[in-house]
Design a protein around this ligand. Structure first.
Ligand code: PRP
Length: 189
């Protein structure tokens, strides 16, 4: 098992998805998206911050013309592990998506509250189509039903981090998805 860099060198209990597994699946997703959107315009919207690693790797496998935009919403407080169900936009898109094909790119769908709220906000702007691509789907504790059009991996209810997902804001740069050793982890307030 890899050694975590500081600051929490002993908090990795397992590697859930390796770098090779991530990259192979992302390549497949990119190929599928390229096929599905062939001949159509496409705007990929990344929900900051967790989705950014996934987006930047995914677009390298999308061969059809596309644009990118970014939005940030708040749902979790730092250190909290449960979604409040309340989502507000903290940074809006720079682009008008009316009449465009939009694909939302997320790192994880857990309760489903974030993506459901964002979908409702964006649907009101009348895109031509609106779909969801999430690297991870953690369905067991879903509170709001959402349909995910492109899923990287369905995962169990474990406290995961790495590859965009933070642990107290650290470790978004890890090339793999790890599981936190919850026996050793003390959440920050
Ligand atoms: C995470 C993740 C999703 C959301 C999923 O974001 O990136 O946006 O939680 O959880 P849900 O399905 O239970 O709503 P977070 O608020 O932790 O912000 P971050 O992306 O900046 O880390």
């Amino acid at each position: 098992m890899p050694q975590l860099p500081p600051p929490y060198t002993d908090l990795l209990s397992e590697v859930l998805i390796t770098q090779d597994e991530l990259q192979a699946r992302i390549q497949e997703l990119g190929a599928q998206i390229s096929q599905d959107y062939a001949g159509q315009d496409l705007v990929l919207i990344c929900i900051l911050r967790g989705g950014v690693m996934f987006l930047t790797d995914l677009v390298r496998h999308i061969s059809t013309p596309h644009m990118m935009d970014f939005m940030a919403v708040s749902s979790y407080g730092a250190g909290a592990r449960e979604s409040s169900g309340q989502v507000r936009i903290t940074m809006d898109l720079s682009m008008d998506i009316a009449g465009r094909n939009v694909l939302l790119v997320e790192d994880i769908v857990d309760s489903g509250n974030t993506i459901a709220s964002v979908l409702a906000l964006l649907q009101a702007r009348q895109p031509a189509s609106l779909k969801v691509c999430s690297l991870l789907d953690k369905p067991e504790l879903r509170q709001t039903e959402v349909s995910i059009d492109y899923t990287g991996f369905v995962i169990p209810t474990k406290f995961v981090f790495g590859y965009g997902l933070d642990l107290d804001e650290y470790y978004r740069n890890l090339p793999f998805i790890g599981v936190v050793d919850t026996a050793k982890y003390k959440p920050t307030e």
